[in-house]
Design a protein around this ligand. Structure first.
Ligand SMILES: [Zn+2]
Length: 284
């Protein structure tokens, strides 16, 4: 047991440590509040990378408003910022209410202190489905807005009282933007699009089923031409993505053995960043 005096001294010493020394590993990128200088470059992969020279998304613009501004996750590559602004203009031109924009990336990207595994390179954007008319509020008043799910509780299907045609239009507009490579949505939303989309279905292949994503969709942009160190993902398959790959999401999980053999817990490993990300961390 530690004596009270030793504990007090240890606590005092901890307070003296600079913040950077406490924020090791995963939290290092999360502890930096400003972008690095230099040209905008994406380094590494969506779930293990960083960005130099990131630019902030203006907190409001035609057709959109950024929410949860206090998280300071509205930074991205200039191509991502351009996408959101262009998407907002299309939202306005379609006479839909403004959309709420959630997390992009931290000022230098990297792993976040909480939340996503990806969003590390300034190429991911969360856009909320909430389509109720929104009064223009100051940024501080947009921390916890109402954000309804399009999927019923316990994930048993689409909620017909929330779903509207405008949601399909949002997804289509985002999918047809040239730099957008894929969009993650809940399996029920993908299935609903598969069942209801008439005419041109060529954009559907970019809509990819994923866990969660029932109240927001996640837009992922392609590696930009100015960033040779950006790690690409395998392209989404062609077609409409409405066949077996989607059906697999609705299959019941395989039966579990009666006796569960305990496995030792695996300590999560800090993400491996490309070496160039160290310079982004250390840059002024
Ligand atoms: Zn996301």
């Amino acid at each position: 047991m530690m004596s009270r005096t030793v504990r007090v001294v240890l606590a005092a010493l901890l307070l003296l440590l600079p913040a950077g020394a406490l924020a090791q590993g995963d939290l290092t990128f999360a502890s930096l509040n400003t972008p690095s200088n230099g040209p905008g470059r994406v380094i590494g992969g969506y779930a293990g990378g960083c960005i130099s020279g990131a630019v902030p998304l203006p907190l409001e613009g035609a057709g959109y408003e950024v929410i949860r501004v206090s998280r300071n996750r509205y930074w991205g590559h200039v191509s991502t910022i351009r996408f959101v602004q262009e998407f907002g203009r299309q939202v306005r031109a379609s006479r839909l209410p403004n959309v709420y924009i959630g997390d992009l990336s931290q000022p230098r990207g990297g792993r976040m202190g909480f939340g996503h595994a990806s969003h590390q390179t300034g190429l991911d954007v969360d856009i909320w489905f909430e389509l109720s008319p929104k009064p223009r509020l100051p940024a501080e008043a947009r921390e916890e807005p109402v954000l309804r799910s399009l999927v019923l509780p316990h994930e048993v299907g689409i909620d017909p009282t929330v779903w509207q045609a405008g949601h399909a239009l949002l997804l289509r507009m985002a999918a047809e933007y040239p730099g957008v490579e894929r969009i993650f949505v809940n399996k029920w939303i993908k299935r609903h699009l598969c069942l209801t989309t008439r005419g041109d279905r060529s954009w559907l292949h970019k809509i990819v089923p994923w866990f969660g994503h029932d109240a927001h969709f996640h837009v992922r942009l392609a590696c930009p031409a100015d960033s040779p160190e950006c790690v690409r993902q395998t392209p989404v398959p062609g077609g409409d993505g409405c066949g077996k790959a989607l059906d697999d999401w609705f299959r019941p999980p395989p039966p579990q053995p009666d006796r569960v053999i305990p496995t030792p817990p695996v300590r999560p490993r800090p993400p491996r960043y490309p070496a160039a990300c160290q310079s982004v961390l250390n840059a002024p």
